[in-house]
Design a protein around this ligand. Structure first.
Ligand code: ATP
Length: 136
């Protein structure tokens, strides 16, 4: 089995979609092994998004992620890293396929950041790194 870090971003929490998003993860058959509601610090976000430092959307992204609480979860299951990214859908909510979290629940809002409801780790190395950042 494998594990991944999932975040319900501030737009998902503010819109009251946390339950629906976690329900989709559970309905797929994955297990929630750690779960918390947190106000992220700038330090945590700069570590989490280190690969995006210097990009034009970096500062708006950090500001967005500081705008309200996020739900952080460790999710487990066979091939869960790939499986959750398919459940989440493409980065841009406008073009994310229907049936996915972003495609069903998200849209564009004309802002500098893609408010796309969720994050999921993109590799086993990222997952272990990100779980360490969020859960210590
Ligand atoms: P995915 O990998 O599924 O596309 P992600 O969350 O891993 O999603 P990243 O490329 O790691 O995407 O980008 C991190 C976050 O930064 C995105 O989820 C989105 O909120 C924001 N973002 C990424 N690219 C852009 C962009 N070109 N313009 C605005 N915001 C962006």
């Amino acid at each position: 089995s494998q594990r991944t870090l999932v975040l319900v971003k501030p737009d998902g929490v503010q819109r009251g979609l946390t339950g629906q998003i976690l329900a989709r993860i559970e309905a797929k058959g994955y297990t929630l092994s750690q779960l918390k509601l947190v106000n992220a610090s700038r330090e945590v976000l700069e570590q989490h998004y280190a690969e995006h430092q210097g990009k034009p959307f970096f500062e708006p992204l950090v500001q967005f992620m500081l705008s309200g609480p996020v739900v952080a979860a460790v999710v487990e299951g066979d091939r869960v890293i790939e499986g959750f990214r398919i459940l989440a859908g493409a980065t841009e909510p406008t073009t994310a396929a229907p049936g996915t979290i972003r495609g069903d629940l998200g849209r564009d809002w004309g802002e500098k950041v893609q408010k796309n409801l969720v994050h999921g780790s993109d590799s086993p190395e990222s997952a272990e790194r990100e779980i360490g950042i969020w859960f210590g």
